[in-house]
Design a protein around this ligand. Structure first.
Ligand code: 8YV
Length: 316
C-alpha cells in the first residue's frame, strides 16, 4: 500500500468528517495555530490542510508547513485563511459554496421571524408561567415590511427570494449593483439602513468588511429597526451594537455570529430584544454532510491530479 498523504486539520472538525479524513490521510490535528509540538516532526511533510469557516490558517502556520499544496475549507467563508500568503506560494484554497446556501438563508429568515415576532421571548414567557398573569405583548409584522440585505451573493439572493414570499419589500447594498435584479440598490449600508425596517447582513468577512455595520449604520436603522447578522461577527462593530441596544437606538438584533466566538458579550445575554444562536446557520445534518463531502472531494481531486471542484474566486 502506498504511503498516505500527510494532512493537518485545523480547528473544530466534525467527528464524521474527521473519521473520513483519518481513513484517507495520515491525519494530524491542532485546534489553533501555531502548530503544536506534536506535529512539528511531521510539519515538513504536510501537503494538505483541512479547516472550517472558523479556522485560522495564518501566514505563520503556512510558513511552518513548507510542503502545503492545498487548504480545503469546510464552509463558504474563508476569511480565516491568509489568502495573500497562499497566493504567494501557489497554494490552492477551496471552500464549500452552494451546498449550504438554502440552509443559511433559512436560518436568516428564522432569525428575522424570531426577533420580529419575539418567538424566543414568548417561549420564555410561557415556560415562566407568565401567561396566567396576562397576555404577551404585541410584536412586529413582517409582511409588507422593508428588508435591506447587505451582501447580495448566493445566500443574500436566497434570503431575498424567501422574504418576497413573506411579502417583504427588498433593497440591498453590495460592492456594486447586480445587473440581474430589480431590487433598489444602495452603495452604502448606512443609506440602506435608513430606508428599511430589517437590515440583514450576509456579506463575506475579512478586512474589507470589518466593522462595516458601525454606530452610524445602526443609528440610521433607527429605534424601530432590527439587525440580523448571519455573516461574520467581524462585520458588525459589536461594542457599537451593544451601545445602540442599550440606548434604544435600534429595536433589536438577531445574531448567529459574534466577534469572539464562542464568547458572547454579557450585555447581550439578558436582553429580550436580542435573539442569539451559536453560529449554526449551515448546521443541519444534511448540509454538514454535504459540506464534508465537498470539502473532501476538493482534497481528493487535488491529490489525484484533477482540478478542484470549488476553488475560492480568483479575486477573493
Ligand atoms: C462554518 C460558515 O464553516 O460556511 C461558513 O462560512 O460559517 C459555517 O458553515 C461551519 O460552522 C463549520 O465550522
Amino acid at each position: 500500500m502506498s504511503k498516505k498523504i500527510e494532512l493537518l486539520a485545523v480547528g473544530k472538525i466534525a467527528p464524521f468528517y474527521a473519521e473520513r479524513l483519518q481513513a484517507a490521510f495520515s491525519y494530524h490535528h491542532i485546534l489553533h495555530p501555531p502548530a503544536g509540538d506534536d506535529i512539528l516532526a511531521v510539519a515538513p511533510q504536510i501537503r494538505g490542510i483541512a479547516g472550517t469557516g472558523e479556522s485560522l490558517i495564518t501566514r505563520a502556520l503556512l510558513e511552518s508547513l513548507p510542503a502545503v499544496e492545498i487548504v480545503s475549507i469546510f464552509g463558504v467563508g474563508y476569511d480565516g485563511v491568509d489568502v495573500p500568503a497562499t497566493r504567494e506560494r501557489g497554494i490552492i484554497v477551496t471552500h464549500t459554496p452552494d451546498v449550504l446556501t438554502d440552509e443559511v438563508a433559512d436560518l436568516g429568515i428564522g432569525l428575522l421571524l424570531s426577533i420580529a415576532r419575539a418567538i424566543p421571548e414568548a417561549d420564555r414567557f410561557v415556560r415562566a408561567g407568565l401567561w396566567n398573569k396576562g397576555p404577551f405583548h404585541f410584536t412586529r409584522r413582517v409582511g409588507g415590511a422593508r428588508l435591506g440585505i447587505v451582501g447580495l451573493g448566493r445566500i443574500g439572493r436566497a434570503v431575498a427570494r424567501r422574504a418576497e414570499a413573506f411579502g417583504m419589500r427588498i433593497a440591498y447594498c453590495s460592492r456594486r449593483p447586480a445587473a440581474d435584479v430589480a431590487y433598489p440598490y444602495y452603495d452604502h449600508p448606512a443609506k440602506l439602513a435608513a430606508e428599511v425596517d430589517f437590515l440583514l447582513v450576509i456579506t463575506p468577512g475579512g478586512p474589507a468588511t470589518r466593522g462595516l455595520i458601525d454606530a452610524a449604520v445602526l443609528t440610521a436603522l433607527g429605534p424601530k429597526g432590527y439587525l440580523i447578522n448571519i455573516a461574520r461577527g467581524s462585520v458588525v462593530d459589536e461594542a457599537a451594537l451593544v451601545a445602540a441596544l442599550e440606548a434604544g437606538r435600534i429595536a433589536g438584533a438577531a445574531l448567529d455570529v459574534f466577534a469572539d466566538e464562542p464568547n458572547v458579550p454579557a450585555a447581550l445575554l439578558g436582553r429580550d430584544n436580542v435573539v442569539l444562536s451559536p453560529h449554526m446557520a449551515s448546521g443541519t445534518v444534511e448540509t454538514r454532510h454535504a459540506m464534508a463531502a465537498l470539502a473532501f472531494d476538493n482534497l481528493e481531486a487535488h491529490f489525484a491530479g484533477r482540478p478542484v471542484p470549488t476553488p475560492i474566486p480568483a479575486e477573493g
